[in-house]
Design a binder for this molecule. Structure first.
Ligand code: BGC
Length: 907
């Protein structure tokens, strides 16, 4: 299976002979089809074996049908991107782009990649929305409750239906593309073959405003004569259950699913055939009797339709689809890669329970589904699969924390010797599967876990000498995979799975170290923008459904934090340009409601430092700190965008909020109101205190930790800041103690008790009380995993300077400590891969660093003797490519050009 998740890899520098461009992208995606913009951004990464190498100049040429449509000419720039600068691209066209880069020695290397445009004009769409028409369907069955519903409600989920259209092609085919989407979920087929490996398409967006269409190449699948295209259509987020909303109608956006597809076939003579959804399509129910993202899927193999999407199939008893006309006003070309199956996880154990049921353990909590092999079942025999994250003490499945999500799939056998079942329109958060009704003995080979998530390219890798820390990183990574399912969700298992805004903004810096999440978050932010209220507030969850709340401190501040963070990490100014009106309207909203600059009014849900332990961080303090943060980022965005007046106004406002914060929350002794860890961390991290107050705050923070036996009390808002601030202010030892801690509450405590993902709450399960509060107890919630940023930035030591964007000016500043004797990490910045690897052995400290071409770096080498530090055997003063800076008593510091370096020093 081809996915970005496994594909993204940089060339090994050691294998290169010269500057090499790789990972060519268009609109930040690998060879996208159907882009929706006429002036796309073209970008690339660089690697070079030569120290001090750089891209001296680049040239981009864009070609259509072998004819050049744009030539950037040689540009003496180190930028690794350029916006297409020729005549605007044309609709439905394939392009090749060629890149040449010239290195410091004048040598040129080239690479090329392709992209294709989608439909730019509404009138190019001939497709109509089609849906099931109850009037004409001979197989009509009213929607029913599925078998054995665990939670009884009037489910109105109708069985997914198959749609097809047969047509003749009378001329040869030079190119065929299909543009397709659904109100609901679709899986598309042509001539008997499923198209692509995308899942849960078109993904979840605010369908009232934005419905993404996908583009697939089907050239090789069509032929002269009869052809068939078709799709299976399910409810998904459109009309299935979403969140905890158990209204009898699950219909958040619409009542029943609808399909829209347009096949465009180009012939060598220049003519075109278009086959689009309309009333000529026919449809009927098939083997899928029920499918819902939360509830699960039921499949009756006896009702399979055979080769329903192949030519020659007798579809005479299928019913005409209802034709709803061609309103394409909400359609947008997909801007991000969809969900895919990125990994198969084998079962590690199968246990037979007394009840005759089996419990299958994947050994890893994931989001996805299973593929089940069934052998020797009788026709009509039903097998039930229930999914859960945990087991009860007696070894049976624990599902209470799923709330009303059934997470149950059913398979009814057709009686064949060997059958396979894999649902397509549901996703579960689970580690364990209870299999009931299986014929004979179930073995581990009969079950495979299919891991589903948005196919964001892997960007970072981290490993160290400590197994516990590696497990923590693994849990963080799996938390990301389990929750980046089309939108950044809070959890993948219970009846929630919503795009909670604080969770997203808090985890973003960690997420971005692990995967390239730019287009994923841009897509989500577009839904945030459309959900902004007339007054400027932002709903608690995006896409905006269910919650009536909006404007919550730390949640709604995603409006400024997400775009600013994306800009800093990826260096693409366009993020800010799009977000600017949202940012500004958001801070103006808070300001209007709180003219004295302490954010007390219009705080909506106000969750405070959500899921903190044993303390209550002052809510006004938290809110006002976030207000300052949002104003700061808005001012910064204005500066980048060249909006001088706005920049000045928001900078001034920031000064005032900061002053108001200090006046309100800092007492005469320098204590912050409430005296909690998060209460100190917020102003420290957000730069709200002057130097002296800062020092006092650090002392108080440390004192609090010491008083508690070096134990944390932070919730969602504070936890991300804890280790970074302790490290910044000289207390890395404390940060390491928290990292290695395995008493309650700590990350280690969950790991000691078998966690393979990050838990929602510190007390998800405790020795004293067993399972935590069942009303809200997810075992796969990434927020508390925001410590991942610290592992990359401060433990492995990869970050960027405060003024840098796109990791152009790196800071390499590893902090050896705790039980670690080595750590290594690599990270794919927009210009190329940076890596570090430090080791402590025999009293010596070694640090290997690779800085990609196009970047500069300030490298900090921890040492007991700064003068004795050597790079590849040379003192820093004579080493090639380095400029030593003033050392501190414990650190040698130097500026470095791109290249690979090895520093050695006594520890
Ligand atoms: C979600 C959170 C979210 C919180 C807000 C919970 O139900 O799971 O992650 O941020 O509500 O209160």
């Amino acid at each position: 299976m081809v996915t970005n998740w496994v594909l993204s890899d940089a060339p090994a520098v050691a294998d290169l002979t010269r500057l090499t461009a790789y990972d060519l992208r268009c609109e930040h995606r690998v060879e996208p089809l159907g882009i929706g913009t006429r002036r796309p951004r073209l970008s690339w990464r660089l690697a070079s074996p030569a120290r001090g190498d750089r891209q001296d100049a680049f040239r981009v040429q864009v070609l259509r049908d072998g004819v050049q449509v744009w030539d950037s000419g040689w540009r003496s720039e180190w930028e690794t991107y350029v916006d297409h600068g020729g005549a605007p691209l044309t609709s439905q066209t394939d392009y090749v782009w060629q890149l040449s880069v010239r290195d410091a020695a004048g040598e040129v290397t080239s690479a090329e990649a392709t992209f294709a445009t989608g439909l730019f004009h509404d009138d190019e769409w001939e497709a109509h929305w089609i849906e099931h028409d109850y009037e004409t369907d001979p197989y009509f069955e009213p929607p029913v409750d599925r078998q054995e519903p665990r939670t009884v409600r009037q489910a109105t989920i109708a069985p997914p239906r198959h749609y097809r259209r047969s047509f003749e092609l009378t001329r040869p085919i030079s190119r065929a593309r299909v543009y397709v989407t659904a109100h609901g979920l679709y899986q598309f087929s042509a001539n008997g073959q499923r198209i692509g490996n995308d899942e849960l398409t078109p993904g979840w967006t605010d369908y009232r405003e934005r419905v993404a269409y996908q583009t697939y190449d089907v050239t090789g699948l069509l032929h002269e004569g009869e052809n068939v295209i078709g799709a299976v259509l399910g409810e998904g987020w459109w009309s299935g259950y979403v969140g905890w909303d158990t209204r009898s109608h699950a219909h958040h956006y619409g009542k029943k699913p609808q399909l829209l597809a347009q096949l465009v076939v180009d012939h060598p003579d220049g003519s075109r055939t278009v086959v689009a959804t309309d009333g000529r399509w026919v449809e009927r129910v098939g083997p899928i009797r029920f499918a819902d993202l939360l509830m699960g899927e039921s499949y009756d193999a006896r009702l399979e339709l055979g080769d329903w999407s192949s030519p020659g199939y007798d579809a005479s008893d299928w019913a005409p689809a209802g034709d709803l006309g061609g309103d394409v006003s909400t359609l947008i070309a997909a801007t991000t890669d969809p969900v895919r199956v990125t990994e198969e996880v084998p079962a590690v154990a199968v246990t037979a329970l007394e009840s005759g049921r089996f419990i299958v353990d994947l050994g890893q909590n994931v989001a996805g589904r299973v593929r089940l092999r069934v052998r020797g079942a009788q026709a009509g025999q039903q097998i039930r699969l229930r999914h859960g994250e945990m087991l009860q003490a007696d070894g049976s499945l624990y599902t209470a924390n799923l709330r009303t999500a059934d997470a149950t799939d059913y398979f009814v056998s057709a009686g064949a010797d060997e059958e396979f079942f894999e649902p397509i329109f549901t996703v579960h958060g689970f580690r364990y599967v209870e299999v009931d009704g299986y014929p004979g003995e179930l073995t581990a080979d009969d079950v495979v876990g299919q891991v589903l998530h948005s196919d964001t390219p892997v960007a970072g890798r981290f490993e160290c000498s400590d197994a516990g820390v590696n497990q923590l990183l693994s849990n963080i990574r799996w938390g990301q995979r389990g929750n980046f399912v089309s939108v950044p969700t809070d959890c993948p298992q219970r009846d929630e799975r919503l795009g909670w805004t604080a969770d997203a903004q808090i985890f973003l810096p960690t997420a971005a170290y692990q995967a390239d999440v730019l287009t994923f978050f841009e897509n989500w932010f577009a839904d945030l923008a459309v959900a902004q209220t007339g007054e400027g507030a932002i709903p608690d969850v995006i896409p905006h459904v269910i919650t009536g709340r909006h404007g919550t401190p730390a949640w709604a501040d995603a409006a400024t934090i997400v775009p600013w963070t994306l800009y800093r990490i990826y260096g693409d100014e366009r993020v800010l340009r799009t977000a600017w009106p949202v940012m500004r309207r958001w801070v103006d909203y808070v300001h209007r409601a709180n003219p004295d600059l302490i954010w007390r009014h219009r705080t909506s849900g106000h969750y405070g430092d959500w899921l903190q332990v044993g303390v209550v961080t002052d809510r006004d303090l938290l809110a006002t700190a976030y207000f300052a943060r949002s104003v700061e980022f808005t001012a910064a965005a204005a500066r980048v965008l060249g909006l001088a007046d706005e920049a000045a106004a928001y900078s001034e406002l920031w000064e005032k909020v900061r002053a108001a914060f200090v006046a309100e929350f800092v007492d005469a002794e320098g204590k912050l109101r409430g005296d909690t860890q998060t209460g100190y961390l917020l102003p420290l991290a957000f730069g709200l205190l002057d130097e002296q107050a800062e020092q006092t705050a650090v002392k108080q923070l440390v004192a609090d930790l010491e008083r508690r036996g070096r134990s944390l009390t932070t919730g969602f808002a504070g936890v991300a800041l804890l280790c970074p601030m302790l490290t910044k202010y000289g207390h890395a030892d404390l940060a390491y103690d928290l990292l290695h801690d395995d008493r309650y509450p700590s990350w280690g405590y969950s790991i000691k008790h078998g966690a393979t993902t990050i838990w929602e709450r510190w007390d998800g399960w405790t020795e004293e009380n067993g399972f935590g509060p069942v009303a809200m107890n997810s075992f796969n919630h990434y927020s508390l995993g925001s410590v991942g940023e610290w592992l990359y930035a401060d433990v492995a030591g990869i970050s960027q300077s405060p003024e840098s964007v796109g990791f152009r000016d790196l800071v390499i500043n590893p902090h050896p400590g705790g039980r670690l004797t080595w750590a290594k990490a690599s990270y794919d910045t927009p210009t190329g891969r940076v890596s570090t690897h430090w080791q402590l052995s025999d009293g010596a400290f070694t640090l290997d660093v690779t800085i990609p071409p196009g970047a500069t770096a300030t490298i900090h080498i921890p040492t007991s003797a700064p003068d004795s530090v050597e790079e590849s055997g040379h003192p820093l003063t004579t080493a090639e490519g380095l400029t030593p800076l003033e050392p501190t008593p414990t650190t040698a510091i130097c500026r470095a050009h791109p290249g690979t370096y090895r520093f050695t020093t006594p520890a």
